[in-house]
Design a protein around this ligand. Structure first.
Ligand code: EAX
Length: 325
């Protein structure tokens, strides 16, 4: 009798301690479309480790890679609503929420990684992060997706003329779609979680994504041709729900922001690695790779669309981005 009493008391004490612990630790749900081990996972993991360390375990993360919480548009919506805490997402659908960010999705706007990273980390990019606040999103840092390249099941693409007529899955991004039409592509917007099956079933002929996405999503299983077109830079951003942000102390906010900066660095390093080693891997996996693309033919094709981009975003804003060295 006595022993049972004592057991019950100690069980009650344990439950109380557990409840107190649970109250002190908040688990943040973080989602992204690519798989575990991808560049997004590296960024997310770095962020979460830093936050957990910095807050002595008061905050930690639960990861949802592989679109487990939906496509990027859905996840941004959930973060806005506060039913999801964090998303590491490309700018694919972001312009539908924060129109000011659309300018960075213009094809052939950035010369190379160095240029793109300088712009995103400089006043222009930081100003865009701030613009997210007014739309119910807290942009912590620009991470990175990478320069996008075309894959397809029909033929090698060497010049813009080879792309003409191909049914190409695009992100739900008007700027991309406008630009790609000028290459003669038939843009078919589709959320990322549907893409692998669409390629497998031939609903679309091709898609375009950075090397780290092509690798981690195993598109080599369903696409024969890869062309290193680098036709657009694809930024990514780590976004926190305002519901979480509003509850953070000033010190914790600093910890979150510093963690996001480290996440961006780590994610970009993984992009560098995949760019350096991934193409050989994709060849090994059976892809035929066009490395020497006639970039000039694509630039020429898209040049007329720049008039429309200038009208929409302002010629000076575009020029200001191009002028960053
Ligand atoms: O952000 O939808 C896409 O093609 C994106 O590049 C992918 O979800 C990673």
């Amino acid at each position: 009798m006595k022993i049972r009493h004592a057991l019950r008391a100690s069980l009650a004490a344990t439950l109380l301690a557990l409840a107190a612990g649970a109250g002190a630790q908040q688990v943040l749900k973080i989602g992204y479309t690519p798989a575990k081990d991808s560049h997004y996972w590296v960024g997310a993991t770095t962020f979460c480790d830093e936050v957990e360390k910095g807050t002595q375990g008061r905050y930690k993360c639960q990861h949802f890679p592989n679109s487990a919480l939906g496509g990027e548009r859905e996840m941004i919506e959930s973060v806005q609503l506060g039913t999801q805490d964090l998303v590491n997402t490309s700018t694919g659908p972001l312009g539908n929420f924060v129109p000011e960010t659309k300018v960075v999705d213009i094809p052939f706007l950035f010369r190379d990684y160095d240029h793109a990273r300088k712009v995103m980390d400089g006043p222009i990019g930081q100003d865009l992060l701030k613009k997210m606040q007014a739309r119910g999103l807290v942009g912590l840092a620009w991470t990175e997706n990478g320069f996008r390249h075309m894959t397809n099941s029909k033929r090698p693409i060497v010049q813009a003329g080879d792309a003409a007529g191909l049914k190409m899955r695009t992100m739900e991004n008007k700027v991309h779609m406008e630009g790609y039409k000028s290459f003669g592509l038939l843009p078919t917007p589709m959320a990322f979680p549907e893409l692998f099956t669409a390629l497998q079933q031939g609903t679309v002929d091709g898609q375009e994504n950075p090397i780290p996405v092509i690798l981690s999503s195993k598109f080599s299983q369903v696409q024969k041709h890869l062309s290193l077109t680098a036709h657009v830079y694809s930024p990514a951003v780590l976004i926190l729900s305002p519901k979480v942000w509003e509850k953070l102390s000033e010190d914790d906010r600093k910890i979150f922001l510093a963690a996001a900066k480290k996440a961006a660095d780590a994610q970009r390093r993984k992009v560098n690695d995949d760019e350096a080693n991934g193409i050989a891997q994709l060849k090994k996996d059976g892809m035929q790779v066009v490395e020497k693309v006639d970039g000039e033919s694509f630039r020429k094709a898209v040049a007329p669309a720049f008039a429309a981009f200038a009208k929409e975003f302002g010629a000076e804003r575009i020029a200001a981005i191009q002028a960053v060295r």
